[in-house]
Design a protein around this ligand. Sequence first.
Ligand SMILES: [Zn+2]
Length: 263
Amino acid sequence: MLGALPVEAELHKRQLSLLQSIVNSKNPTMKELLSRQANINNQNSFFSKVKRTLAQYELPTLKEVSNSKYTKVRWKHISKAAIASYWTEELLIDAEDKSTLINCNINSMRIGKTHMVWDSVMSNTTDVKRGIIKARMITGTYTLQSNKAKFNKYEINATCPLCRLEAEDITHMITRCTALHNSRLANVKNIRQYITEQFGEDGWTSVSSRRDLTTLIIDCGMTKQQGTLPLTTVDMKAIESISRRLCYQLHVNRLQKHKQLNI
Ligand SMILES: [Zn+2]
């Protein structure tokens, strides 16, 4: 969600940057080393590793790089783009396999790009706290009774211990739990008002089912992606900001209630 590269990719970046320095070096010993090493097939040598890295990212071959003599800036740009594109694809394939990401708009995930929840967080402690809770909900790592039941092979009851109406999953917490009604009221009203102002009553109707409203509140990028509402970036930031507040208030209220009931 932070759009950060894995360590492996950071190492590859450094490796390719070093390659560029060697290729462009005016030092005759370096030049000789390059031409000698480029033809030796030692799997553990720096140049063999570089050859594999170049192939992995579909970059020009070692020979082509040696002949082309890219400028430092140009090479940095080319290698950075190739690495980002490779890892974005890996990230998307990985994310598709993860059932916990059901509420996350994985198509908007890109290396070098942070998720909207972090883009819109203000630099104060409270909003960062809200962002952390929201990020856990988006990635499906916020633990609710239904998750506990699943982890414990259903030896624990999935029913919401606060209202006992149904299984406590994210849809229940966001849209229905009667014990959390007060923390929900004002924020959902604000979201409704925003949607109605931008898209009319029909716009609101299109997202008012429990499932669609949960999607809108957890990651409104999904609402746009699914074609439910043609949200702009401004809309998404506005909705994200209200829903982050809502999710945090529900979270705090739920914790307080759990404490009171010694759960
Ligand atoms: Zn409940």
